[in-house]
Design a protein around this ligand. Sequence first.
Ligand SMILES: *[C@@H]1O[C@H](CO)[C@@H](O)[C@H](O)[C@H]1NC(C)=O
Ligand SMILES: *[C@@H]1O[C@H](CO)[C@@H](O)[C@H](O)[C@H]1NC(C)=O
Ligand SMILES: *[C@@H]1O[C@H](CO)[C@@H](O)[C@H](O)[C@H]1NC(C)=O
Ligand SMILES: *[C@@H]1O[C@H](CO)[C@@H](O)[C@H](O)[C@H]1NC(C)=O
Ligand SMILES: *[C@@H]1O[C@H](CO)[C@@H](O)[C@H](O)[C@H]1NC(C)=O
Ligand SMILES: *[C@@H]1O[C@H](CO)[C@@H](O)[C@H](O)[C@H]1NC(C)=O
Ligand SMILES: *[C@@H]1O[C@H](CO)[C@@H](O)[C@H](O)[C@H]1NC(C)=O
Ligand SMILES: *[C@@H]1O[C@H](CO)[C@@H](O)[C@H](O)[C@H]1NC(C)=O
Ligand SMILES: *[C@@H]1O[C@H](CO)[C@@H](O)[C@H](O)[C@H]1NC(C)=O
Ligand SMILES: [Cu+2]
Length: 557
Amino acid sequence: MDSWVRVLILVACLYPVFVECKVRRYQFNVVMKNTIRLCSTKSIVTVNGKFPGPTLYAREDDTVLIRVINRVKYNVSIHWHGVRQLQTGWSDGPAYITQCPIQPGHSYVYNFTLTGQRGTLLWHAHILWLRVTVHGAIVILPKLGVPYPFPKPDHESVVILAEWWKSDTEAVINQALKSGLAPNVSDAHTINGHPGPVSNCPSTGGFTLNVAPGKTYMLRLINAALNEELFFKIAGHKLTVVEVDATYVKPFTIDTILIAPGQTTNVLVAANQGVGKYMVAASPFMDTPVVAVDNMTATATLHYSGTLAASPTSFTSPPAQNATPVANNFINSLKSLNSNTYPAKVPQTIDHSLFFTVGLGVNPCPSCKAGNGTRVVANINNVTFVMPTIALLQANVFNIKGVFTTDFPGNPPSPYNYTGTPPANLGTTTGTKVYRLPYNATVQVVLQDTGIIAPENHPVHLHGFNFFAVGRGLGNYNSKTDPKNFNLIDPVERNTIGVPSGGWVAIRFRADNPGVWFLHCHLEVHTTWGLKMAFLVDNGKGPNESLLPPPKDLPKC
Ligand SMILES: *[C@@H]1O[C@H](CO)[C@@H](O)[C@H](O)[C@H]1NC(C)=O
Ligand SMILES: *[C@@H]1O[C@H](CO)[C@@H](O)[C@H](O)[C@H]1NC(C)=O
Ligand SMILES: *[C@@H]1O[C@H](CO)[C@@H](O)[C@H](O)[C@H]1NC(C)=O
Ligand SMILES: *[C@@H]1O[C@H](CO)[C@@H](O)[C@H](O)[C@H]1NC(C)=O
Ligand SMILES: *[C@@H]1O[C@H](CO)[C@@H](O)[C@H](O)[C@H]1NC(C)=O
Ligand SMILES: *[C@@H]1O[C@H](CO)[C@@H](O)[C@H](O)[C@H]1NC(C)=O
Ligand SMILES: *[C@@H]1O[C@H](CO)[C@@H](O)[C@H](O)[C@H]1NC(C)=O
Ligand SMILES: *[C@@H]1O[C@H](CO)[C@@H](O)[C@H](O)[C@H]1NC(C)=O
Ligand SMILES: *[C@@H]1O[C@H](CO)[C@@H](O)[C@H](O)[C@H]1NC(C)=O
Ligand SMILES: [Cu+2]
């Protein structure tokens, strides 16, 4: 093929509206880019010079090939958050879990097929704190000719929520690790890259969503923030929720949605109000008083065609930062669609029943002056995960000894009142431990928040699987009484779930994907502190139930 023909097809395949390509090719150049926000210029790490990064479009069943070329001074890896990666664990992306990082000057082709999923997901860097600016949307359209299970919107729009720091975020986390204390919070939230006007920088424009009266819009909302769960609302307009984490839900209508880092939500908005401008607001949710958050509300504008330039914007006040009832109202409304076409395949019997405490701890750190010789850590079942220097998947497949152990505890080593008075000893153990599962095992994990330092909401993300959120409660999980109230019919299916502050959630999944799969808090600060572990899922019978061989260009450590 002539090279110009190849280029033409390559370019055409970026626009699925015009051309259908079963194999979609993208090139991600990781480059620095000077960007002005909050009235000052900062050099940030980007993909193709964009913040947020480019949207990856594909249809269900398509294969996606993304060549990532690292042209910055940092090691880089990219995670395709929520993509099942059936048999393609080599393309999942978390550094030192499924791959060694792509080093400066090097490249790697991620190669995966989108199977059994449709909706909105996100991609983001999965190393250091680079995901702060290295992120973008994944839009998985239904197979050609297959309709949405809800009225087709007139238009669609990606809406990415994120955080902006004036400082270099690598300096922010490095300073925190030296001190032993929590890192600085961000300086603003953003909607599609813009905070909207803020008091000390009023000239800053915000994102504008142009609408025509009478039309319906589907917003593909993504929380790409590092450390903050966000409320989202639009003045004068209701939101009809139709999908979360690329799974359809029973539609429901609500004023305010809650979206945690790593989560996605599709909502329909009818432009059925008077012609005008309406404020769109993204603001933080934090129901732990002692934890500092960035209290800035990001704003955008829903702008009707035919609105006079001088007309004022209809205002909406964001929910209080600690508005737990507003959060619960949204969470309790989520149910799987569970139709004939999209059934909820909830495991009804459980082979591995696990109980994981998630929370903080305090360990000695002689060099941590600000922390008085101690530092804050985080853990699951009292294990603070230590990142290996060789990727776990490689270590497993190439049989490299001494990288990890398979003794991750399925239960807390010493039970206590998790939501009561904390134990006297707040220390944790450290290690690179995984929990091993046979192929096709059914798994239940109860994620129990602890009150160590303070109870806090943790949005926990599982790689390689969707899970069903079958139960949720406050206080300590009771294994005798709580399962009686589990929803095993139409629980919401997702890949990231908030463990309520001072409470628990129960999730179920089938281990039908061989490989090494990370489970971690999606608040980057807690991941850094060690709130992470991995499942090692064995191959099943024959090639269809086995991990594919490693690609030739797999980065080396
Ligand atoms: C992508 O992976 C498939 C196997 O799933 C393989 O057949 C194909 O050659 C790979 N493509 C590239 C460009 O590496
Ligand atoms: C973090 O905030 C403190 C207090 O405002 C400031 O002195 C420090 O420089 C900040 N750190 C970074 C890396 O910006
Ligand atoms: C946000 O927090 C800062 C620092 O604690 C405080 O000075 C400011 O008044 C707060 N702003 C709002 C809008 O609550
Ligand atoms: C460290 O000790 C000093 C003096 O006792 C105290 O004021 C400060 O709050 C302590 N800091 C921490 C993080 O415990
Ligand atoms: C745990 O502590 C809480 C708060 O102090 C208390 O209400 C609860 O009864 C305790 N639970 C058990 C099982 O001791
Ligand atoms: C966690 O492990 C540390 C170190 O072994 C131990 O001192 C502590 O008591 C354990 N805490 C809990 C709650 O199991
Ligand atoms: C997985 O297990 C289920 C029963 O839990 C069984 O029906 C199914 O056939 C198994 N699938 C494979 C591929 O072994
Ligand atoms: C493996 O999967 C392919 C494609 O789904 C199918 O055609 C083939 O029959 C399967 N092979 C076995 C041994 O199950
Ligand atoms: C980048 O990754 C390689 C391979 O793991 C490692 O040897 C190197 O130290 C890393 N570079 C930095 C700056 O961390
Ligand atoms: Cu957390």
